[in-house]
Ligand binder design. Structure first.
Ligand code: BGP
Length: 483
């Protein structure tokens, strides 16, 4: 197994799932401050008072609410992201542990509301600026390259409640201002940026509407404005620091298999892939793909793009492609909801959360992506969410996690042999953090255990799991010592 010299080995977290520090350092409020804890199979909810003052529970990472609704906390509900794993106060200790494992890259996100508590503010919040500077300097001290996500599921609340949501094009301009601020501030420390985490999670799909306020048309408008914001970010970053690299970030779980070799299922798979690649077709190629009209037409969206917007998308192409990979799924011509069949694949195992563990799907995805775009690629999320048992002596025996990473890393090596230009691997959640989907702490991805439970009890103490020592061996040997 050979990885190229200088291959980046690391892990990834997101501010809202790790930092906590609610109300500290002058940070403004973000959506997840009002997102409750769910459970395995129980969705998280956002709690709001509607225009009549009634309490409403709204699911989703981008809750479908009206601008005049008021986010509120409800007694008896738990809001895990407010403290998360307190990376806000533990980052020095945490980064030292990452360095001990041999990390050469650390993907983390900046919380927009720490830099601009209200995104329309004219000047940035100095405490936020200093906080991230210290993080990046700490990374550099250990020769860890920061990979910074500019927006990772933590939209400031003022986007909805002051500006009316992403359908307001002004939000893209405020995003550009934010990007100009952070790239200017950190250009001596940060050379790799990603615009929007899993931008395709905001793609309107069959059956994807929330509680019916938002239409598919508005939802596409929001996405289009995010594309514009991404293009503006690329141009601004390159203007300020011609040496930096700006990438897109796509959720490629699910990659797809047709349920049968029936020709209709094969076509369903093609459509599922078009869905999957739609956002990166725009961000990497710089224009809406040929199937746009048909895809959006099926959702009742009439597709038009102005010449001015088209020119911006063309100029603001990203430099590299990154993605999250967790699982594969099955598609069939009969399934109406998001094309994905609920059938299980008999050839793979499933996690306790029902995610298919399919290492060879990663090789398949890497080949597919590279054939399509021919730009450098990084896998910036991949991992196993599992329940761990903390032993009395502080150890955690997690052979399942070791096996998971070993098998996926082997498939990456094969993809490199296949000719894919893969530059790095930042697995998801090297330190246990709050799950985005369920709000649980017990869905753990880390090599580092954090003493905190699903109700917020625990000391927040960090300890090394067995997988910590395994990954240290892998990372320090540049992927050669896998067994
Ligand atoms: C991705 C997100 C992450 C992350 C991960 C694991 O979709 O980019 O933020 O959390 O999935 O998902 P979960 O936390 O729901 O297990």
């Amino acid at each position: 197994m050979k990885f190229p010299k200088g291959f980046f080995w690391g892990g990834a977290i997101a501010a809202n799932q790790a930092e906590g520090g609610y109300g500290e350092g002058g940070r403004g409020e973000i959506i997840s401050d009002y997102t409750t804890a769910g459970a395995n199979g129980v969705p998280r909810q956002n709690t709001y008072l509607n225009e009549k003052g009634e309490l409403v529970y709204v699911p989703g990472l981008f809750p479908d609410v009206k601008p005049d609704w008021k986010p509120v906390t409800v007694e008896g509900e738990y809001y895990p992201n407010r403290i998360a794993v307190d990376f806000y106060h533990h980052y020095k200790e945490d980064i030292a542990l990452l360095a001990e494992m041999g990390f050469t890259m650390f993907r983390l996100s900046i919380c927009w509301a720490r830099i601009y508590p209200d995104i329309t503010d004219e000047t940035p919040n100095q405490q936020g600026i200093d906080y991230y500077r210290d993080i990046f300097e700490t990374c550099r001290k250990y020769n860890i390259e920061p990979l910074v996500t500019i927006s990772h599921y933590d939209d400031p609340l003022c986007i909805t409640h002051k500006l009316g949501g992403w359908e307001n094009r002004a939000v893209a301009d405020y995003f550009e201002k934010y990007v100009r601020t952070i790239v200017s501030e950190y250009k001596d420390l940060v050379k790799y940026w990603l615009t929007f985490n899993e931008i395709n999670s905001a793609l309107p799909r069959k059956g994807s509407m929330g509680n019916g306020i938002e239409s598919h048309v508005a939802s596409f408008e929001r996405l289009h404005n995010r594309f514009l914001a991404s293009a503006k970010a690329v141009l601004a970053a390159h203007e300020i620091d011609p040496e930096c690299h700006v990438g897109c970030m796509i959720a490629i779980g699910p990659s797809f298999y047709p349920e049968t070799c029936k020709p209709e299922d094969m076509m369903a798979m093609v459509e599922a892939h078009q869905n999957n690649f739609f956002c990166s077709d725009v961000q990497v190629r710089g224009y809406y793909p040929s199937y746009t009209k048909k895809m959006l037409g099926q959702l009742g969206i009439e597709f038009n793009v102005s010449q001015e917007d088209a020119a911006l998308l063309k100029k603001g192409k990203v430099d590299f492609y990154t993605f999250s990979y967790y699982m594969t799924n099955i598609v069939s011509a009969g399934s109406t909801d998001e094309l994905i069949s609920s059938k299980k694949n008999p050839y793979v195992k499933y996690t306790d959360w029902g995610w298919a563990v399919d290492p060879s799907g990663l090789r398949f995805a890497l080949n597919l992506i590279y054939d399509r775009y021919q730009v450098p690629i990084m896998v910036v999320e991949n991992g196993l969410g599992a329940v761990d048992k903390l032993e009395e002596d502080g150890s955690v025996h997690d052979p399942y996690r070791i096996e998971y990473h070993r098998d996926h890393i082997k498939e990456m090596a094969k993809a490199i042999e296949d000719g894919v230009d893969l530059r790095g691997y930042t697995m998801w959640g090297p330190i246990d953090i709050v799950s985005a989907g369920t709000g649980q702490m017990s869905k753990r991805y880390g090599f580092i255990y954090v003493d905190r439970d699903d109700k917020g009890n625990g000391t927040l103490a960090r300890s090394r799991k067995d997988s910590f020592w395994y990954i240290q061996k892998v990372y320090k040997s540049n992927g050669e010592e896998l067994d």
